[in-house]
Design a protein around this ligand. Structure first.
Ligand code: PMP
Length: 386
């Protein structure tokens, strides 16, 4: 049996989520949540609004600041391209983001750059974090928008969102956060962190794929233009019939994550500790980034003398990955690791192991033992003496 250790890519749905989605699909709530002339639509609408309140509750937002989308990719597009579309009137506008971001942020930034805006990419420090000093030094007087992710999907590093948020608020700059990897895993409070726009996904926290949300605070709601037009759902900000069963799945996953956050985090930290303790018997490897300021569920480990593909192949009983799922079907080296200053051999020898709620300590230890075996075997084949 293969052990799943790729929770940063996606998570299995929690049984509570499946049960709730199933119930909603079977009940009279199959109606269109915008069809308010009959009980079927009204029942669906009630579920959608209750779910909105549950999602808002996890991040300390108001329900009317939550907009349903198909996932964090769409939310990132709406936040960046939507803000640009609304604001751009041929005047100078400067956007700041980092090389750490998910491709859905980077490619939106490339798009608005092609449309005439200035975009600056900030380099992370060698631990893979964004320093406020670097950010403020790169900021010019036309800066209107900063986009910075919370937890990085390849390394697990956590950026100091509150510090950056306070700086942006003081300088009247819109602050967008891609929180796809942090929501439900570590505390997120949009108020304390001075966040204006925040992208969320359901499937990273035991919810269904294909659903997410964008948090837009009250002050920013009139400053983002819809990028999907049509039936005018979600107050004209995002057209398309709402998927009630997906939405209830996301809300159930978020509610569960809030209840279990402390317990989950403690358990995942134990998995990481047990794994690293075992792995400490091996030489010549390093963690990309650092354990400090990092989410313990994601480990990026580098073996500069080996190829990640060979390691993944040798670890056949474990589902692990090279890095982000989005780049593992393209053959490009990781832009995140590159921006942290890793050389080609280090990038080519990096694997990502990510733990989750259902990982057992035994599985984490066994993964470390198997990894040691795989590394020693591959080094032996290469003729290295250990
Ligand atoms: N941002 C980050 C940091 C992610 O890890 C992901 C998923 N890999 C996304 C955005 C995209 O999320 P979704 O799959 O919900 O579109």
């Amino acid at each position: 049996m293969t052990t799943y250790l790729d929770f940063a890519s996606t998570t299995p749905m929690a049984p509570e989520v499946i049960e709730k989605m199933h119930a909603v699909m079977k009940e009279d709530s199959f109606g269109n949540p915008s069809s308010l002339d009959h009980k079927f639509g009204l029942a669906a609408k009630k579920i959608v609004e209750r779910s909105r309140a549950e999602v808002a509750d996890l991040i300390n937002a108001n329900p009317d600041e939550i907009l349903w989308t198909s996932g964090a990719t769409e939310s990132n597009n709406l936040a960046i391209v939507g803000f640009h579309q609304f604001q751009y009137k041929n005047q100078a506008m400067s956007f700041l983001t980092s090389h750490l971001e998910h491709k859905s942020v980077i490619e939106c930034m490339d798009l608005i750059k092609a449309l005439g805006s200035k975009v600056s990419f900030i380099k992370p420090n060698d631990k893979g974090r964004i320093d406020l000093e670097t950010l403020s030094n790169q900021m010019d007087e036309d800066a209107v928008f900063v986009s910075c992710m919370h937890v990085n999907n390849e390394t697990g590093i956590i950026n100091d969102i509150e510090e950056i948020g306070k700086f942006c608020r003081k300088n009247e700059i819109i602050f967008h956060v891609d929180a796809a990897q942090s929501i439900g895993k570590i505390p997120v409070d949009v108020d304390d962190m001075c966040i204006d726009l925040m992208s969320m996904s359901a499937h990273k926290v035991y919810g269904p794929k294909g659903v997410g949300a964008l948090y837009i605070n009250k002050k920013s709601i009139g400053r983002v233009k819809s990028i999907i037009v049509g039936g005018g759902q979600e107050r004209g900000m995002r057209s398309g019939t709402l998927p009630t069963h997906q939405i209830v799945g996301m809300a159930t996953a978020y509610k569960l994550s809030k209840q279990r956050m402390h317990e989950d985090l403690e358990h995942i930290t134990q998995c990481q500790n047990s794994f690293l303790k075992k792995l400490s018997n091996l030489n010549d490897w390093k963690i990309n980034g650092s354990k400090e300021h990092s989410y313990p569920g994601i480990l990026s480990i580098c073996f500069p003398d080996l190829y990640s593909e060979s390691l993944i192949y040798a670890m056949e009983d474990f589902a692990i990955s090279r890095g982000s799922a989005c780049s593992s079907d393209h053959d490009e080296p990781s832009h995140v690791l590159k921006s942290m200053g890793l050389v080609d051999d280090e990038i080519n020898g990096t694997i990502r192991i990510s733990f989750g709620r259902t990982t057992s300590i035994e599985q984490a230890e066994l993964a470390a033992s198997e990894l040691i075996k795989a590394v020693l075997h591959l080094r032996k084949l290469k003729g290295c003496s250990q």
